[in-house]
Design a protein around this ligand. Structure first.
Ligand SMILES: Nc1ncnc2c1ncn2[C@@H]1O[C@H](COP(=O)(O)OP(=O)(O)O)[C@@H](O)[C@H]1O
Ligand SMILES: [Mg+2]
Length: 248
């Protein structure tokens, strides 16, 4: 599928110009990274793709149709994993949490359970159906949030700062899982201010600066510009891209 932001503008009541004419296109299949310094507008931008923000100017499109005109369908096709997984957990147990998101779409209880089990398995939480969601580790909660997104069989999953707060084992486990989903044809958009541990896997990188997409291309093409765009990377040439991963 194809998501597009065209000329998105978002000015908050306090005058903060979070988006200032942002243009971006995402086409599946992909493992795309959207980066940029803290406060550059990444979160506000991607929230437009699932209708959590309404465009003040410009437009967000899913396969050419405004997201707002096709909200339920877009939300089914585009999974969204919030920066704080706690904000997303709605069930007491892991299984209930995943089932909650598909309760309307899949009225049959047994089918719902089956889908929840399969989504939990896909994120490495097989057999966790009856575990208390609140008792899961940070990395497991994030995987649970991904499982909830996967239960509706999305074409693309957007993850906002998914590695934040995870220890190295949790982060590498999550990254491995995302690469596995990518290999199965699910589009992945990782939103992160820190490229250091995932850029090696990206087929495309877009960089937001002050609410505009300042660079868009392959990591190799953008390598020399990264420091000027406020992004950290190892010194030297793009042959060092392979080091930018959680997988050791
Ligand atoms: N609800 C809000 N009210 C006022 N300012 C906001 C709000 N949400 C975000 N901002 C501001 O908009 C800018 C972009 O925010 P955000 O998209 O969260 O940045 P990023 O995700 O790149 O760190 C920041 O300056 C942030 O402080
Ligand atoms: Mg953010």
């Amino acid at each position: 599928m194809r998501l597009e932001a065209r000329g998105l503008v978002r000015v908050f009541p306090d005058g903060t110009r979070a988006l200032d004419g942002a243009d971006l296109e995402i086409r599946t299949p992909c493992f795309m990274v959207l980066s940029g310094p803290n406060g550059s507008g990444k979160t506000v931008l991607v929230r437009h793709f699932v209708g959590l923000e309404r465009p003040q100017a410009g437009i967000a499109l899913a396969d050419g149709v405004p997201v707002e005109e096709n909200l339920a369908d877009t939300r089914r096709r585009v999974g969204f994993v919030f920066q704080e997984p706690e904000h997303q957990i709605l069930g007491i147990t892991a299984g209930e949490d995943v089932e909650f998101g598909i309760r309307r779409r899949v009225p049959d209880r047994r089918e719902r359970r089956r889908r929840a089990s399969s989504a939990l398995k896909a994120v490495g939480l097989a057999g966790a159906e009856d575990k208390l969601a609140s008792a899961l580790s940070g990395g497991q909660k994030r995987r649970l949030a991904v499982a909830s997104a996967l239960a509706s069989d999305p074409e693309l999953v957007i993850l906002d700062e998914p590695f934040n707060g995870l220890d190295p084992a949790g982060a590498s486990g999550l990254l491995r899982m995302l690469l596995d989903l990518r290999d199965r044809g699910v589009g992945i958009l990782v939103v992160t201010h820190d490229l250091e541990k995932c850029l090696a896997h990206a087929d495309r990188l877009a960089v937001l600066v002050s609410g505009r997409v300042a660079a868009d291309g392959t990591p190799r093409e953008l390598w020399d510009r990264l420091p000027d765009l406020g992004l950290r990377r190892p010194p030297g040439g793009p042959e060092r891209l392979g080091e930018m991963t959680w997988l050791g």
